[in-house]
Design a protein around this ligand. Structure first.
Ligand SMILES: NC(=O)C1=CN([C@@H]2O[C@H](COP(=O)(O)OP(=O)(O)OC[C@H]3O[C@@H](n4cnc5c(N)ncnc54)[C@H](OP(=O)(O)O)[C@@H]3O)[C@@H](O)[C@H]2O)C=CC1
Ligand SMILES: CC(=O)[C@@H](O)[C@H](O)COP(=O)(O)O
Ligand SMILES: [Mn+2]
Length: 391
């Protein structure tokens, strides 16, 4: 029986993981969530978890009341989430959304646990720190993001030195086929509709802007140690091929599967074994065709920023992610339009690059958090300026 802790258990990744875990072979140590306290309490009772944590301190009383009379220990606040991640477990699945996932990732690795990482922001904000923490404590990171799980699987038995390039596919998101001039007027509701995947609201909107793909390019750079020029993105509307690895002999290995995150989650949960999974099998004859195209920079201006981030190095990943999170908040609150998000992030990157020495090799949690806070503040200022300029 593997002992598993689920961070972000009430979200899309968390629920998919629980679906697999409920079929047997695992014991749940702890579950953590946010505001969905009814579901968090239910999950804790159903799984027999020892601990339930909400990341919001003010939600402690309500969660405690919901779990009164049970054996489940209750805690609240960001530090309590990190402590839950650091409890002894065989595997910690991080399905938290945003930079809030970084400290729990570090806590799990410091405890020597295997970290199954859906929270791509951990690697984008602090890739070198995360990977060094894993190495120092004998922990291991297993990718759960579907494209990175696909690359990881295509590399089994291969030498990373024999890799020429990695191709990450992108569905193209909600606005793939929209007229360009209409995209700027898109609403959060329209952006939060994904053509193929059923995911949380924030990553779904990031798929429409391709901020998600930009994060994934940086994630691949950090996780696999690939140079920026070795990473490519292709629009692939069917989301059947998740990634391809090209080798020095010209061969390409592709990973295919139905668009269901239980593939990648199940692979990580069962690793190093490959276990049967209750997912649809691809019917290639029914699919009929697999299309690939180069992304149009005019439609997806956020994507190119990933290469600027990788070339800048240092804290620019943390800056990029924080500015993106703040801009997404602005879009969700209707303070800025869809197309403004990429402009705001680019402006913040420019201001941060000239303001501080971002290329420091000594990445620490403190300077990552400081860069994150500065970038959020600059993004809020840039959004206020943009609003003033447009009246
Ligand atoms: N969904 C997917 O298919 C995929 C997701 N990912 C990545 O996985 C991560 C999770 O995505 P997804 O499951 O879609 O997101 P969801 O929004 O569905 O779930 C997020 C989870 O994190 C909790 N949470 C929210 N804010 C915080 C916080 N500040 N601190 C701690 N926990 C918090 C939420 O609690 P509550 O809901 O109770 O408030 C919920 O449990 C993201 O990094 C995403 O990019 C990667 C590939 C695919
Ligand atoms: C399922 C998964 O891994 C998502 O990150 C997915 O990649 C989103 O789809 P897009 O290809 O539209 O970004
Ligand atoms: Mn992905």
């Amino acid at each position: 029986m593997k002992r598993v802790t689920l961070l972000g258990s009430t979200g899309s990744i968390g629920e998919s993981a629980l679906d697999l875990i409920g079929r047997g072979g695992f014991r749940v140590e702890a579950v953590t969530g946010g505001r969905n306290l009814a579901r968090l309490a239910e999950q804790a009772v159903e799984t027999g978890a020892a601990l339930a944590v909400t990341c919001f301190s003010e939600c402690y009383e309500e969660l405690a009341a919901r779990l009164e009379g049970t054996d489940v220990e209750v805690a609240a606040g960001p530090d309590a989430v990190a402590q839950a991640a650091g409890r002894p477990a065989d595997l910690v699945l991080n399905g938290i959304v945003g930079a809030a996932g970084l400290q729990p990732s570090l806590a799990a690795l410091t405890a020597g646990s295997t970290l199954a990482l859906a929270n791509k922001e951990s690697l984008v904000c602090a890739g070198p720190l995360v990977m060094a923490t894993a190495a120092r404590h004998g922990g291991r990171v297993l990718p759960v993001d579907s494209e990175h799980s696909a690359v990881f699987q295509a590399l089994v038995g291969e030498d990373i030195g024999a890799v020429e390039r990695v191709v990450i596919t992108a569905s193209g998101g909600a606005f793939r086929d929209w007229p360009l001039e209409e995209i700027a007027r898109a609403t959060p509701e329209q952006a939060a509709t994904h053509p193929n995947w059923d995911m949380g609201q924030r990553i779904t909107i990031d798929s429409a802007s391709m901020f998600n793909k930009a994060l994934e390019v940086i994630e691949a750079h950090e996780f696999f140690g690939l140079a920026p020029e070795q990473i490519e993105v292709l629009v692939h509307p069917q989301s059947a091929v998740h990634a391809l690895v090209g080798f020095v002999d010209g061969a390409m290995m592709a990973h295919l599967g139905a668009p269901d995150m239980r593939h990648a989650i199940g692979y990580a949960l069962n690793w190093p074994e490959r276990a049967a999974l209750p997912v649809d099998r691809l019917d290639l004859a029914a699919l009929g065709r697999l299309d690939f195209a180069t992304p149009d920079p005019a439609r997806y201006p956020a994507l190119g920023l990933a290469w600027e981030v990788m070339r800048a190095g240092g804290l620019m990943g943390a800056v990029f992610n924080a500015a993106k999170e703040a801009a997404l908040d602005g879009f969700l609150d209707r303070r800025i339009g869809f197309a403004d998000m990429a402009r705001i992030v680019e402006r913040v990157m420019g201001r941060m690059a000239s303001q501080t020495g971002l290329n420091n090799d000594m990445m620490s949690l403190d300077n990552v958090l400081q860069a994150d806070q500065m970038a959020r503040q600059l993004a809020r200022e840039a959004m206020a300026e943009a609003k003033e300029a447009t009246g």
